[in-house]
Design a protein around this ligand. Structure first.
Ligand code: FES
Length: 164
């Protein structure tokens, strides 16, 4: 015991112990920060075509909300990566898919059927039925996702969220 005491005084032991605790705390704090900073470098955006459903489910002239997966979710997003798009069938085989996010600060816009407008509940942004700005703070039109009909089914390839 005395030999150990010769090697490590009580003061040395406490110094090493506090250094070890500080290093452990540094690791615990830095891992999430490093993951936050470097994840975008390795993240592969989800830019695949997503199946929405049979084209026959959609009525010409109607605008309906459909669920889609966020094109650039964080790996740990889980169910929160599910978002929505406003899908309108304009002709037999023509669709338009609007991003649900307002181009001001990203709030989800609502489609008002009676007024034929998109309305943002956050700051009163108004978009025409074509997604153009009709009033309020948004500086740009609603973004449009890529949309196509394949084998009788509607598919959407989302564009990443970008606020103007
Ligand atoms: S977020 Fe839509 S108007 Fe501000």
């Amino acid at each position: 015991m005395r030999e150990i005491q010769k090697l490590f005084s009580r003061r040395d032991f406490l110094n090493y112990f506090s250094l070890a605790l500080t290093a452990a705390a540094g690791v615990v704090v830095s891992v999430p920060i490093l993951a936050y900073l470097f994840t975008p470098l390795f993240e592969k955006p989800n830019r695949e075509w997503q199946d929405i459903g049979p084209a026959s489910d959609f009525v010409i002239g109607q605008t309906v909300e459909v669920p889609i997966k966020d094109p650039s979710p964080l790996p740990w997003a889980g169910e929160t990566a599910t978002t929505a798009a406003w899908l309108r069938r304009t002709e037999q085989s023509q669709f338009i898919a609007f991003a649900v996010n307002c181009t001001h600060l990203g709030c989800p816009v609502n489609w008002i059927q009676s007024g034929q407008i998109f309305l943002c509940p956050c700051h009163g942004g108004v978009f025409t039925s074509n997604g153009d700005v009709a009033g309020g703070p948004p500086a740009g039109p609603l973004r449009r996702h890529h949309v196509r009909v394949r084998n009788g089914r509607v598919e959407i390839k989302p564009v990443p969220l970008r606020v103007v």
